[in-house]
Design a protein around this ligand. Structure first.
Ligand code: KIV
Length: 278
């Protein structure tokens, strides 16, 4: 037995950080589990649960900052929240989103913006939305040694172009386009791709055709992994819950009950009690 507090070999193995190579090797193996987080404390909780990938998603614009969609999120927002997550030093791979127009305009700007997420904030990989349209940018990032996760299908930064949050790939030609996008992301060098908001059979088909892992959100059960927005799975975001999200706990309800008790106890003089006083 080692000295109290000394690290055992099993702890060291257990704490070995998850890398993009580990994620790649999970293709058709153990399912990849990913969740969003936007702050230090949540990242600690997520990591303690053995999650593989923490995504600092630009969904933070909606669930943390209260915007109607993700198009108003800035690079400064992403750097701020990614740095908070990275300070938790999670074992999970930390992936940060490139927000609207931070990618897709020019490879040079994309490299500069992704570089901020890695160098200033501590991200280990970046995610960007789009397929064929952004393949040169993905290639440029990979050439600069920045690992990339793709994101195709219902890409939320395109909602104005799509005319709303609409499931993609429902017709034959639309399905072929989503497949072409996913293949372009793979050929450009991404280590994984998020498939969002597409019919389950298309999720299964793309997963079968790609060599890189697919991580689904509203893309059916056959993807190589699944991702959810943490506010959806904990019922912390009360505005709406998408069909693809499952609430695993009613933390929103628990918070409301706790705050109601606090209000009542302060008003009727039960808090603070003797044990809370100096
Ligand atoms: O921003 C985000 O949280 C995402 C996931 C929903 C995949 O992109």
């Amino acid at each position: 037995m080692g000295a109290p507090g000394a690290q055992r070999e099993s702890d060291v193995v257990e704490r070995k950080p998850i890398t993009t190579t580990d994620i790649l090797s999970r293709k058709q193996g153990e399912k990849i589990v990913s969740i969003t987080a936007y702050d230090y404390s949540t990242a600690r909780l997520v990591d303690g649960a053995g999650i593989d990938i923490i995504l600092v998603g630009d969904s933070l614009g909606m669930v943390v900052l209260g915007y109607p969609d993700t198009t108003r999120v800035t690079m400064d927002d992403m750097v701020h929240h990614t740095a908070a997550v990275a300070r938790a030093r999670p074992r999970a791979l930390v992936v940060a989103d490139l927000p609207f127009l931070a990618a897709g305009v020019s490879p040079r700007d994309t490299i500069g913006n992704a570089g901020r997420l890695v160098r200033e904030a501590g991200a280990e990989a970046v995610k960007l939305e789009g397929g064929v349209r952004v393949r040169e940018e993905i290639r440029a990032l990979v050439d600069c040694q920045i690992p990339v996760m793709g994101h195709v299908g219902l890409t939320p930064q395109s909602i104005h172009a799509f005319g709303g949050f609409k499931v993609q790939g429902k017709t034959g030609e639309a399905a072929e386009q989503v497949l072409r996008d996913a293949v372009a992301v793979q050929e450009a060098g991404a280590f994984a791709v998020v498939l969002e908001g597409i019919p389950s059979p298309l999720g299964e088909r793309i997963t079968g055709e790609l060599d890189i892992p697919t991580i689904g959100i509203g893309a059916g059960p056959d993807c190589d992994g699944q991702i959810l927005v943490i506010h959806d799975m904990l019922h912390l975001f009360l505005d709406f819950t998408p069909k693809f999200a499952k609430s695993y706990a009613d933390i929103g309800g628990a918070v409301r009950a706790a705050l109601t008790s606090f209000r009542e106890e302060v008003r009727d003089g039960r808090f603070p009690a003797a044990e809370h006083c100096y």
